[in-house]
Design a binder for this molecule. Structure first.
Ligand SMILES: *Cc1c(COP(=O)(O)O)cnc(C)c1O
Length: 419
């Protein structure tokens, strides 16, 4: 597949776009979203993913089936919430959030592209760093450097981030997530640093994360379609817009997906963009759904490239936002009604489901469940009055000692830390 940058550079192969992450002109790589040959539901997510992604890598040497088989060793099961709502559980990977799909695919792909020694530098608001660290942990030729905002991730997220060791180094930055992201950007803009350490990014701007995130939506849409329930409308808890964009991409590639609705937290830049047509980035505000505390969604540039006309975009995409009080109420009410514990991010999606139903929406709905509730137990457990069982991969990480060094939010400090 030929990829170009949203700012004009290219074309390059999809494999090259994966290896580069960001285009040299500062834009994001995109490719034509054209209908694929028919895809059928595989027995596993890995099988569906291999069928879906093979045409995108046609003519390139990367063995996509080998990558999806190695990366997608767990499924994204559908859990019925009521007669016509399903949770798409995207959190059964090693770090218990949907980021495992993208990070593991990227790691398996990069490992096969024979790169020079590479340092993956990743700024994280909590979940990305752990997923990337897990995916590259002990992988020869790769080192991972994680920057996270000290005191602004959940205790279990912090523990997870510091628990890897070996080729993973974790820094708790005295600042916000925006500071971490700025630091990473400054490092990538410093040619001598990039050269010296083989710096590469694994943030959600990389096509190598976006492309694999399409798989769980494709698989779920095909499974529900085979039960006569397609095309299915989807609600996606949203921050940087990577997960939701993957869902829209799958639809354009021809899979049976209907209308997509973004559910954001109180950071409501995207709902405001869709209603007014104007994009006004804002400083992020802290909420219970911390992995979605984003004031300038990085994938918006891609959305606007693919859907330049906001009017046409509105036919396919809506957005709504949810405050912390509603997140709390939704976690408690969902547990009372279904005995299902949901994380604060997923709760944004379920709250938007409740509103759509109240407005008379009757078609089947799929809500992306983006993290396991055990990652946010200090929020969830008091609301449901029970302990949430910790999934075994997460328990294994939490039983290891965790180390994170403090870091001042300056490029000089980061340069020294990189060695
Ligand atoms: C990253 C994340 C999100 C937001 O996903 P985007 O792709 O940034 O929109 C939502 N929920 C959880 C649990 C996350 O880790």
């Amino acid at each position: 597949m030929k990829c170009v940058s949203t700012r004009g550079e290219g074309p390059v192969s999809l494999s090259t776009a994966l290896a580069r992450g960001l285009s040299p002109d500062g834009g994001l790589y995109v490719f034509p979203l054209e209908k694929l040959p028919p895809v059928h539901a595989g027995a596993t997510l890995a099988e569906t993913a291999a069928q879906l992604l093979a045409p995108l890598f046609a003519g390139e040497s990367l063995d996509v089936a080998a990558v999806t088989n190695a990366a997608f060793t767990f499924d994204a099961p559908l859990l019925p919430l009521d007669a016509d709502t399903w949770l798409l559980e995207q959190f059964h990977g090693p770090t218990a959030a949907f980021k495992d799909f993208g990070a593991r695919f990227l790691a398996e792909a990069l490992a096969r592209l024979e790169l020079p020694p590479t340092t993956i530098l990743v700024a994280t608001s909590g979940d990305t760093g752990a997923a990337v660290a897990a995916a590259f942990h002990r992988r020869p030729g790769f080192r991972v450097v994680i920057l996270y905002p000290d005191g602004r991730v959940s205790a279990r997220q912090a523990h997870q981030l510091g628990a890897f060791g070996d080729n993973v180094r974790t820094f708790r930055v005295a600042g916000s997530f925006d500071d971490c992201q700025r630091l990473a950007k400054e490092a990538f803009a410093d040619a001598s640093l990039v050269q010296r350490h083989g710096l590469s990014s694994a943030n959600s701007i990389s096509l190598g994360r976006l492309v694999p995130q399409m798989a769980s939506y494709a698989h779920a849409a095909l499974v529900l379609g085979s039960r006569g329930l397609g095309p299915v409308d989807v609600i996606v808890p949203t921050g940087n817009l990577g997960n939701a964009l993957a869902c829209l991409m799958v639809k354009r590639l021809g899979l049976p997906i209907g209308h997509v609705t973004l559910a954001t937290n109180a950071n409501r830049v995207l709902p405001e963009f869709l209603s007014s047509g104007r994009y006004t980035p804002a400083p992020s505000v802290a909420t219970l759904a911390n992995a979605m505390d984003v004031g300038a969604p990085s994938n918006l540039e891609r959305l606007r490239y693919w859907w330049p006309d906001v009017g046409a975009l509105r036919d396919e995409l809506s957005a709504d936002w949810v405050d912390d009080e509603t997140i709390r109420r939704t976690i408690a009410a969902t547990f009372r009604a279904t005995r299902t514990a949901i994380c604060p991010h997923t709760a944004c999606g379920v709250a938007v489901r409740d509103r759509l139903r109240a407005r008379g929406h009757q078609r089947p709905l799929l809500v992306a469940a983006t993290a396991h509730p055990a990652k946010f137990e200090t929020i969830v457990e008091p609301l449901i009055g029970e302990t949430v069982e910790v999934p075994s991969p997460l328990a294994a990480l939490l039983s290891k000692p965790a180390v994170a060094k403090p870091l001042a939010p300056t490029l000089d400090a980061l340069r020294a830390a990189l060695g």
